[in-house]
Ligand binder design. Structure first.
Ligand code: SIN
Ligand code: CO
Length: 384
């Protein structure tokens, strides 16, 4: 189990003083750090069709980018390249445990674990990210520099799919060693150049843009055949400028749109479904044949335990203690009665349900039915 050591900080103080504000280096954030996976395992993942990966290389000042799946890595030589593999938590259970120390931030805000392997001189160049990230140094040493946001920095593309920035002034300049952790808020320029073969783990966060929220909401309205209210103008006066879009008309359009997003009932239902969808492919193994409730109850009574598929996103919303609970898993909504908060919390707060926690689900037929449904979708599985 990985335990994050905030030194003199606490998670609460970290959020108040650094989160989304300024970068932070946690020297030995993970004491006695052991890599959850090897460079060979990472290379193996990058050979899989379903896994998103890319190699970034810079030789003689020329940047190159290739996307996976890869068949061999010898072509890249001994130095100046990095391989980056997205959503490793979806495919590697031990690597997924690296997300757990960051769960003082809600599930919906956590995105995925990206893992990179770099040869000496390897890196993706100086750049900005739109998201918060914790970079954990695993194997080897890497020189990291991080600066504060600076509107004077120029962005440019040294390759059509690589966005970099002009040289920046660093406020953190460090040779990271295994177990060191670097927090970088959105918009802070940064660059990591490997000094030797090294592994980096990036815990990334999800921060939806207004454009994506509106697109997501529009998709939800279309899928659920919700047309909402229409523009009305019973108070209309004679128009002397028939070509004009009048301020009063625009104010009404604005109000119409605002009413849509201010709907306290549908907003959480849409957002829960939207944000619980995984962005990357999941390793879902649907059992064949499906389990029957009696079988599941028997296994759980015998002491079997359940694990959650890596990368599966779970969250819930309850407007008040008398309201039904909307549980969201992987973009689907499940309605639970108001007194089933413990069930929703067990499913959302644990990546593994121990014997005792599993017994909670056989105490009530509806709970068992819900669990069987989730097992039959491949979301939860019996741990071997
Ligand atoms: C990397 O691990 O090489 C890239 C991480 C980042 O800068 O976002
Ligand atoms: Co970055």
């Amino acid at each position: 189990m990985y335990v994050l050591n905030f030194a003199e900080l606490t998670p609460a103080r970290f959020l108040a003083e650094f989160w989304q504000k300024k970068p932070l280096l946690l020297k030995q954030g993970f004491a006695h750090f052991e890599d959850p996976l090897s460079p060979d395992e990472l290379a193996g993942l990058a050979m899989e069709e379903e896994v998103e990966s890319r190699v970034v290389q810079c030789s003689n000042g020329k940047w190159q980018l290739e996307t996976g799946p890869f068949t061999d890595f010898e072509q890249f030589g001994e130095r100046d390249w990095t391989i980056l593999v997205q959503a490793v938590d979806h495919w590697h259970a031990a690597a997924a445990t690296l997300l757990e120390p960051f769960r003082f931030i809600p599930n919906w805000r956590i995105d995925d674990l990206m893992v990179s392997f770099s040869t000496p001189g390897g890196g993706v160049g100086p750049h900005l990210d739109q998201y918060d990230v914790f970079i954990i140094q695993g194997l080897g040493q890497r020189h990291w520099r991080v600066g504060m946001p600076d509107s004077k920095l120029q962005q440019f593309c040294p390759h059509p799919r690589l966005l970099q920035i002009s040289p920046f002034t660093a406020c953190i300049d460090v040779i990271m060693e295994p177990g060191d952790v670097l927090y970088i808020p959105p918009g802070c320029p940064h660059e990591g150049i490997s000094l030797e073969n090294s592994l980096n783990y990036s815990v990334g966060f999800r921060a939806p843009a207004q454009k994506d929220l509106l697109t997501g909401l529009a998709d939800y309205l279309i899928d659920n055949d919700i047309s909402g209210k229409r523009f009305t103008d019973p108070e209309r006066q004679i128009s002397h400028n028939i070509g004009e879009l009048a301020i009063t008309d625009l104010a009404q359009v604005k109000q119409l749109l605002q009413q849509l997003v201010s709907d306290e009932t549908s907003l959480p239902l849409w957002f829960g479904q939207y944000i619980s969808r995984a962005k990357h492919e999941l390793d879902l193994q649907e059992p064949d044949p499906h389990y029957q409730p009696a079988e599941v109850a028997e296994y759980l009574e015998e002491g079997s335990v359940l694990a959650l598929t890596g990368g599966l996103r779970c969250c819930y919303h309850q407007a008040d203690s008398a309201a039904d609970i909307a549980l969201f898993i992987n973009g689907e909504q499940y309605l639970l009665p108001p007194d089933e908060l413990a069930t929703a919390k067990l499913l959302c707060e644990h990546r593994r349900l121990d014997e005792q926690q599993c017994l909670h689900f056989i105490a009530l037929a509806q709970r068992l039915d819900l669990l069987v449904q989730l097992i039959n979708l491949g979301y939860w599985y019996f741990e071997q």
